[in-house]
Design a binder for this molecule. Structure first.
Ligand SMILES: Nc1ncnc2c1ncn2[C@@H]1O[C@H](COP(=O)(O)OP(=O)(O)OP(=O)(O)O)[C@@H](O)[C@H]1O
Ligand SMILES: [Mg+2]
Length: 447
């Protein structure tokens, strides 16, 4: 609309007096220079303001989620100071951007005023010389306002565009990020029924190209329908190894196949639909316990949901909850104990009922008795399912069909519980230490 008005008024002005119309264009270069300068100086200030706002949000989010840690370490003052300082930084960046904007905006008004001045000065001379009717001069002068007004509107839009572009730049950074895991162009479908045979073929993996390998030379057959246990010292790469199966990360070299097909050739959605996981760090969503269990299979019936809850021993503590399965559990499940959260996450994975089941320290936060109950229920469930169990408590994995020992980035031992004990390697050492710990009477342990 502004452009049309501008064009229309220009035509009228030039038809009334081309000399005056040309003169009224004199301020235009000033306006253009101002616009260019504006983009150059004000936009970076808005980008900066946007970054500071991002940092402020991150700090606030951290401080609110970590409120327990802050209290436990009595770091309230420090945190308040940090938040306060960031608020100030953000305030300053905001003021700086607005001040810059406020410096440039009057320049447009100045340019418009200059145009009017020029028209009055030269227009009145033309009128006095008799080259222009006074009535025409008045009309010209009135039209002039309709000439600068659209210019002003356009520059206002320009300001808004610049401000939005500053925000857009930040979003574009995110959108332009190439995902680490790309879906294949021509995915190969898995043969039904999915058997869940997994194979690591000379797999090397590192999180960053600059860092050392976390996994080296992994050759492992995980047979379909059997239970494979993964044990080893902390930080050795057990969780990393299982996270390669649903393609949370891609192998750095080598190959990982499910039912003989490279996971990179499988449709990501189909691959993940066939894997149930209980992750080491349990994450629950804000909502009810029912909603969290149904997350594994939203269209499950009430009976299916209850069956899954029973296997994971969720029903035991549900009885004490005021609203049963409809109890709200707060953000990240903060209204539950560690063991309760773990059991909900097991129920969620059980409900998903997929051919591959991965349990990463799934029962580490429950007592031995509950663990035994869950173990018994899982024993029934894992029949015919490819199951991978990661556990530090070796008593929980002794019945596995295959136990794999990871040590220093790679697999050092493989076999059944009996075979590994006979081999007298790391598994034997870990197992005997754990056995002795439970056998030593309390008085001796204090020595
Ligand atoms: N997202 C990540 N980015 C970079 N390095 C990581 C990441 N996650 C884990 N690591 C590193 O990879 C190594 C293996 O970690 P991983 O979590 O697989 O160990 P783990 O065997 O599961 O240990 P735990 O028994 O304590 O759970 C560690 O040295 C860790 O520092
Ligand atoms: Mg782990």
């Amino acid at each position: 609309m502004n452009i049309l008005t501008l064009a229309g008024v220009m035509v009228i002005l030039f038809s009334m007096s081309w000399q005056l119309a040309l003169l009224s264009l004199i301020p235009i270069p000033i306006i253009i220079i101002t616009l260019i300068q504006y983009a150059k100086r004000v936009r970076p200030a808005f980008v900066y303001r946007q970054q500071e706002l991002g940092t402020l949000n991150a700090i606030l989010n951290d401080s609110i989620s970590g409120v327990k840690e802050i209290q436990a370490f009595t770091r309230e003052d420090l945190t308040m100071h940090r938040v306060g300082k960031q608020i100030e930084t953000y305030l300053e960046s905001n003021l700086k951007a607005l001040k810059l904007m406020a410096t440039y905006t009057p320049l447009y008004d100045f340019a418009a005023g200059l145009g009017q001045l020029i028209v009055i000065f030269f227009g009145s001379r033309l009128a006095l010389q008799g080259n222009l009717q006074v009535a025409d001069l008045v009309a010209f002068f009135l039209y002039l306002d309709s000439f600068y007004q659209p210019v002003r509107n356009l520059s206002n839009s320009w300001e808004a565009v610049q401000e939005s572009l500053a925000g857009f730049e930040r979003v574009a950074e995110m959108l332009n990020e190439t995902p680490d895991v790309l879906p294949p162009e021509h995915p190969i479908p898995l043969l039904k029924p999915v058997r869940g045979e997994i194979r690591f073929d000379n797999v090397f993996f590192r999180y960053n190209p600059e860092e050392a390998f976390v996994l080296e030379n992994i050759n492992l057959d995980i047979p379909a329908g059997k239970t494979t246990a993964l044990v080893g010292p902390t930080g050795v790469g057990k969780s990393t190894l299982v996270s390669l199966i649903p393609r949370f990360y891609d192998v750095s070299s080598g190959k990982l196949t499910v039912d003989g097909i490279d996971v990179r050739d499988l449709d990501l959605h189909e691959l993940r639909a066939n894997i149930s996981m209980v992750l080491q760090d349990v994450f629950l969503f804000h909502g009810t316990i029912r909603e969290n269990i149904l997350f594994g299979k939203p269209d499950a019936t009430e009976a299916e949901m209850l069956a899954a809850a029973k296997i994971a021993n969720v029903d035991e503590f549900i009885a004490h909850m005021p609203n049963g399965y409809n109890t709200l559990i707060g953000e990240r499940g903060i209204k539950l104990s560690g063991g309760q959260k773990q059991r909900i996450s097991i129920a969620r994975a059980v409900l998903k009922n997929s051919p591959i089941l991965i349990l990463d320290e799934a029962t580490s936060a429950v007592d031995t008795e509950t663990e035994l109950l869950i173990q018994q229920a899982l024993d029934r469930l894992i029949v015919g399912r490819t199951t991978i169990i990661i556990a530090h408590r070796l008593s929980t994995v002794r019945n596995a069909d295959q136990i794999v020992v990871l040590e220093g980035c790679t697999i050092t031992e493989k076999g059944t519980h009996e075979e590994l004990l006979a081999a007298h390697g790391l598994y034997y050492k870990l197992y005997t230490v754990q056995q002795n710990l439970t056998l030593i009477p309390a008085e001796d342990a204090q020595d």
